[in-house]
Design a protein around this ligand. Structure first.
Ligand SMILES: [Zn+2]
Length: 175
């Protein structure tokens, strides 16, 4: 059974990578993660690759659980549309949307930080998720987290810090 999952999941999800953190996996170090956490629901739509770490983190992480739910819904939809639609245009469309969502995130963070000096991470996450869903119907918390990680990486203009109350904030990198 599990053997039959590998090729279709790899093809559907664009590689042998962890669905949650997108890291490459090795054959000796991965698990099949059940999106709805029901280990007996062995439909292919319910299965993704995951690293050990994310598989465990997901138990307590509501963002990851929501992301999994959304993925299961998408798998169900694309499955019911069947093979009529080739995978290429859909991949392109997903790329366009994620590019657009990233730009929404960048614009929002830039505007808010320059206006207020800093923004609280949890608040900005919810706002970006909302704006992305408004713009094109998708904006999972996990995706938004990735955008914020990108915007605050070593070469980006922003950084994550903590305010007086100990809340995580995003601000411009201090000189
Ligand atoms: Zn992972």
């Amino acid at each position: 059974m599990k053997k039959d999952w590998f090729d279709p999941v790899e093809k559907r999800d664009g590689g042998f990578i962890c669905f949650y953190c997108r890291k490459s996996l090795s054959l000796t170090h991965f698990v099949y993660d059940h999106l709805n956490d029901n280990r007996r629901d062995n439909r292919i739509e319910n299965v993704v690759f995951s690293c050990y770490r994310c598989n465990v983190l997901k138990i307590d992480d509501i963002d990851m659980q929501l992301n999994a739910q959304e993925k299961l819904g998408m798998n169900d939809i694309s499955n019911s549309m069947g093979e009529k639609i080739s995978s290429k245009p859909r991949e392109l469309k997903e790329l366009d949307i994620s590019k657009e969502n990233y730009e929404i995130a960048e614009e929002y963070v830039t505007k808010e930080v320059d206006l207020h000096g800093s923004v609280i991470v949890t608040e900005v996450k919810n706002c970006i998720s909302y704006l992305c869903r408004q713009a094109n119907g998708t904006g999972s918390p996990q995706a938004v987290t990735n955008y914020l990680n990108t915007l605050t990486c070593k070469v980006a203009p922003f950084e994550i810090s903590k305010n007086k109350e100990g809340k995580k904030i995003i601000r411009r990198k201090q000189a």
